[in-house]
Design a protein around this ligand. Structure first.
Ligand SMILES: NC(=O)c1ccc[n+]([C@@H]2O[C@H](COP(=O)([O-])OP(=O)(O)OC[C@H]3O[C@@H](n4cnc5c(N)ncnc54)[C@H](O)[C@@H]3O)[C@@H](O)[C@H]2O)c1
Ligand SMILES: O=C(O)C[C@H](O)C(=O)O
Length: 342
């Protein structure tokens, strides 16, 4: 009887309008934990993960406010059981048994700031949270959203190395928002239906380190060099566009929650053995001479199963690649140095 009910629940979830765009069939028990769940990204992301039928337990942690977010989200009639945890003393409980940990904890930009300006505050937050991840759920896939991603991912890697838990296949910088933006801007410019569009974005997640590869966009549109330059710059400055529009009230939260939900869903699908799950992500990489680099990765039962090369680049993209390396290297080095202090 119970299995009959479960089957009908899973079938309803598959058909649901709310989930079909970014989720597949319901399946094994999976615990997803969000650190920073009461924030701008955290709240929307909590809702989107509650809508995902692949999630059986949704654990929401923040310094404060999570009992309220959890109570609210828990009333949504979907599969996941929701738990809210607040304050340091509950962090272990929040993390224990997690399959995927999503980290949007930290401060956002205000107009005039670069992502690197967030380093002084966010680096410490990420370092401490990752120590707990290493202690309580060393096998979880970690989806790092907190900025500057170019440095926070290297920080996490060093923390995990020190704890003896580092598995480069399980640590991801979430760069999905760059892909989401590139798809939207490209489809608009090319007059294509956005659902049919794909654009890889490689490099990192800040300014010129964000390198959209429009020469590899699908479907190919006949755009001028000036169009490609415009689209590249708009994608690179997408975060700043939102920061300026919000005029001091933070950075992208809603589109980021959407992007974070897509990436977490891809991780869950990979863990569940769904084949051919490919997303761009900032990971430990040998695609270039930099130790971390975003490119297309195939996700599987162990996290990253395969990292794809960059393919053939246009002259403009090749130039962009060379230009981004110095900044990305310095952000990586800064993160590594910070993590190894003390
Ligand atoms: N990767 C990306 O593409 C991307 C996109 C948008 C924003 N971001 C980054 O995400 C981060 C969060 O942005 P936001 O708009 O949600 O900010 P926010 O200020 O609205 O929320 C951040 C939340 O983190 C919490 N927090 C702070 N320290 C914590 C700790 N030690 N443990 C748990 N929670 C903690 C805060 O209490 C707050 O609720 C920022 O660093 C921002 O730059 C990244
Ligand atoms: O721009 C920011 O500071 C937030 C985020 O990295 C984004 O790309 O929107």
């Amino acid at each position: 009887m119970r299995s009959q009910i479960l089957r009908s629940v899973q079938s309803a979830a598959r058909k649901s309008n709310y989930t079909r765009n970014y989720a597949s069939a319901a399946s094994p028990e999976r615990k997803v934990t969000i650190l920073g769940a009461a924030g701008g990204i955290g709240q929307s992301l909590s809702m989107l993960m509650k809508l995902n039928p692949l999630v059986s337990t949704l654990s929401l942690y923040d310094l404060a406010g999570t009992p309220g977010v959890a109570a609210d989200v828990s009333h949504i009639n979907t599969r996941a059981q929701v738990f809210g945890y607040a304050e340091d003393k509950e962090l272990g409980k929040a993390l224990e048994g997690s399959d995927v940990v999503i980290i949007p904890a930290g401060v956002p930009r205000k107009p005039g700031m670069t992502r690197d300006d967030l380093f002084n505050i966010n680096a410490g937050i990420v370092k401490n949270l990752c120590k707990s991840v290493a202690q309580y759920c060393p096998n979880a896939l970690v989806n790092m959203i907190s900025n500057p991603v170019n440095s926070t991912v290297p920080i996490a890697s060093e923390v995990f190395k020190k704890a003896g838990t580092y598995d480069p296949k399980r640590l991801f910088g979430v760069t999905t928002l760059d892909v989401v933006r590139a798809k939207t801007f490209y489809a608009t410019k090319a007059g294509l239906p956005v659902e049919a569009v794909n654009v890889p974005v490689v490099g990192g997640h800040a300014g010129i380190t964000i390198l959209p590869l429009f020469s590899q966009a699908h479907p190919q549109a006949n755009l001028s060099n000036a169009d490609i330059e415009y689209l590249t710059k708009r994608t690179q400055d997408g975060g700043t566009e939102v920061v300026l529009a919000k005029a001091g009230k933070g950075s992208a939260t809603l589109s980021m929650a959407y992007a974070g939900a897509i990436f977490a869903d891809a991780c869950l699908k990979g863990l569940n053995g769904v084949p051919d799950v490919v997303e761009c992500s900032y990971v430990a990489s040998t695609v270039t001479d930099l130790p971390f680099f975003a490119s297309k990765v195939r996700l599987g039962k162990n996290g990253v199963e395969e990292i794809y090369g960059l393919g053939t680049l246009s002259e403009y993209e090749q130039e962009g690649l060379e230009n981004l390396k110095a900044e990305l290297k310095s952000s990586i080095d800064k993160g590594i140095e910070f993590a190894n202090k003390e």
